[in-house]
Design a protein around this ligand. Structure first.
Ligand SMILES: Nc1ncnc2c1ncn2[C@@H]1O[C@H](COP(=O)(O)OP(=O)(O)OP(=O)(O)O)[C@@H](O)[C@H]1O
Ligand SMILES: [Mg+2]
Length: 330
């Protein structure tokens, strides 16, 4: 796998915050209780390099989907910004906005929910191609056939409806629709989590193949650490709305520096039977994003935590292995 890491970032996330207001009850409102916010992203700093696959991992609720949605413009950063090719995406209007919407595509976990049940695959792709004026009208049928070949679906899939396909095939349709508009960036949130393991591999290998063939930039969000290792050039580990460690996949998996990454990798099921049972999983519950811990957010579960960790938030810093880590003791 070539490593495109020396190139300039296509997307940069600069101290992005996303805080969701929590609905107040009438009595809370009358009592004048302060409004509460879920801190889904808390100052995320991240760069995505053109042509790379960046994996995002972390426990449920740590903000992976919020980050993915913020990158494609489905959520707006309450503070900080996301830049696409240098431009703040919150400032894009008109033609620039439409161009961004075409260039950065999201593929959803369950494409069944996002595929129109009354449209055949061909009609759906035709619509996507027409809306974005990707090519002249007369070229559309040929392009649709090319797309089917690209995602390895049979040509007769064009005239079928979403319900006529298996889960893995529907994911291919979702991918073909995203690719129809020739995007530069694909954001895949739990793309294969709902599929059988055997089908997962097929869809992931298809994505890997397409990424290389089309030089796509891919953000791959998933729970499955092995899958993420297989597909990603780099991986970012999130904890309670923050990126705590990021860097080259092999370095991160072989020599993780953040105690959270270490615990997360230990907790993951291993393939080697000799290793099973030795692993201690993460202890304690994930704290509430409504009232996250002070200082380092991981300190309540960290075996290395000291007084410093309880008061001072560690910032991401590059270590000698090249990994960036936010930990006072890494
Ligand atoms: N629209 C919303 N309104 C209010 N809170 C939200 C909203 N979206 C997400 N959250 C909250 O923000 C936090 C982060 O959620 P997010 O879905 O980004 O996590 P995740 O890492 O994708 O989790 P999972 O692995 O379960 O998909 C959670 O506490 C979640 O409840
Ligand atoms: Mg999610």
């Amino acid at each position: 796998m070539s490593n495109p890491s020396r190139e300039i970032p296509i997307i940069s996330v600069e101290d992005a915050m996303v805080h969701f207001p929590v609905k107040q009850s009438l009595s809370q409102y009358i009592k004048g209780e302060p409004k509460k916010f879920i801190q889904a992203l808390n100052g995320v700093r991240l760069e995505i390099t053109r042509g790379e696959t960046l994996g995002i991992v972390g426990e449920s609720g740590c903000g992976k989907s919020t980050l993915a949605r913020t990158l494609v413009g489905l959520e707006t950063a309450t503070d900080g910004r996301v830049r696409f090719k240098g431009q703040d995406i919150a400032e894009l209007r008109g033609h620039q906005r439409r161009s961004f919407n075409r260039q950065v595509q999201m593929i959803f976990q369950d494409p069944y929910g996002s595929l129109n049940p009354r449209m055949t695959v061909g009609q759906m792709l035709k619509e996507a191609l027409s809306v974005h004026h990707v090519l002249p009208k007369k070229g559309i049928p040929a392009r649709i056939r090319e797309l089917m070949t690209l995602v390895r679906l049979p040509a007769d899939a064009i005239d079928k409806y979403p319900h006529e396909f298996s889960g893995g095939q529907r994911q291919r349709i979702g991918i073909s629709r995203a690719l129809a508009v020739e995007p530069e960036v694909l954001v895949a949130d739990e793309l294969v989590s709902a599929l059988d393991v055997s089908v997962q591999a097929q869809v992931v290998n298809l994505l890997l193949d397409l990424q290389q063939k089309l030089s796509l930039t891919v953000l791959f969000v998933a729970h499955d650490l092995r899958l993420v290792r297989h597909i990603s050039h780099r991986v970012a580990v999130m904890y309670l709305g923050e990126v705590v460690e990021v860097g080259n996949t092999e370095t991160l998996y072989e020599t993780p520096l953040h105690p959270y990454t270490q615990a997360l990798l230990r907790a993951a099921p291993t393939l080697d039977p000799a290793d099973r049972g030795k692993n201690v999983s993460l202890t304690g519950e994930l704290p509430s994003p409504l009232a996250p811990p002070s200082g380092c957010r991981f300190h309540t579960r960290c075996p290395k935590a000291t007084d410093l960790c309880r008061v001072e938030r560690p910032i991401l810093a590059v270590k000698s292995s090249g990994l960036k880590v936010a930990c006072h003791w890494a």
